[in-house]
Design a protein around this ligand. Structure first.
Ligand code: SF4
Length: 253
């Protein structure tokens, strides 16, 4: 599950400053390379592998240097740093070394994760987060396996264990017509939340096709044409349904 990069450095897609979409205030998003899943709709195909023409190696010192220059913006906006990917926990030692250093600098930290990790291996990292976004893509194990190439049992266990740490959590559903944007999947997801992580917030992320150009640049086959972007009215319908389960919905987008 982990890759052979270390505390000194690792592979990054990009450092994106002035982001307001993945946590509170003005943030820097560190998009880390590598991912154990293979979601058929992935909008960041350059994040699947560590080394490809769209990733670059960066030392932890260099990342920290760049973050330091943004600290004034975090301070005034109550922002911070969000780790994303790819899957940020994939390069575990590199992530740990960045998290420990930024934590000691008093920076607000958030993590976006697909939830497919060894909990024991990353528990100390999770404990240093102020906010955790975790995906909950599909409840049906067979469909999850079909569309992401991995079973969802480990992800569901990790959602429960992470929630038990008491850190604010937002569960995210990438919402894709012809994959998971149906009432059965939503009802099952909302029951899971209600029973296991009742205080977690919920965010729908409607599918988009922005990643297509990157597939072309990497010479990879495009995602299936059958994937669809949900209408706003469908998201509204799911939002109302979630409220019936007493789940609070949010939108950082
Ligand atoms: S978890 Fe995210 S980065 Fe990984 S394959 Fe799925 S959509 Fe892509």
């Amino acid at each position: 599950m982990t890759a052979k990069t270390d505390a000194n450095g690792g592979y990054i897609l990009q450092l994106q400053n002035f982001s307001v979409n993945d946590g509170n205030g003005i943030r820097t998003i560190i998009f880390m390379a590598g991912c154990p899943l293979r979601c058929a709709w992935c909008a960041n195909p350059e994040g699947l592998t560590l080394k490809n023409p769209m990733t670059s190696y960066m030392t932890a010192d260099r990342v920290i240097e760049k973050i330091k220059k943004q600290m004034i913006f975090y301070r005034h906006s109550k922002g911070g740093v969000t780790f994303s990917g790819g899957e940020a926990t994939f390069q575990t030692e590199f992530l740990r070394s960045l998290v420990n250093r930024l934590y000691d600098m008093g920076i607000h930290l958030a993590l976006e994760t697909c939830g497919y990790f060894s909990f024991d291996a990353v528990c100390d990292i999770l404990q240093k987060m102020d906010l955790i976004f975790m995906d909950c893509k599909l409840m049906d194990p067979r469909k999850h396996l079909r569309w992401t190439q991995k079973d969802n049992a480990l992800i569901h266990e990790n959602i429960k264990k992470t929630y038990a740490l008491g850190i604010p959590m937002v569960l995210r559903i990438p919402t894709i017509v012809n994959v998971n944007a149906d009432r059965d999947n939503m009802k099952e997801t909302f029951s899971f939340i209600q029973q296991n992580v009742p205080d977690a917030q919920l965010e729908f992320l409607p599918y988009h096709q922005f990643g297509e150009e990157k597939y072309k640049q990497l010479g990879m086959p495009l995602p299936e044409k059958s994937f669809g972007t949900p209408e706003a009215s469908l998201i509204e319908e799911f939002t109302e349904l979630a409220h019936e389960y007493d789940i609070e919905t949010v939108s950082y987008r």
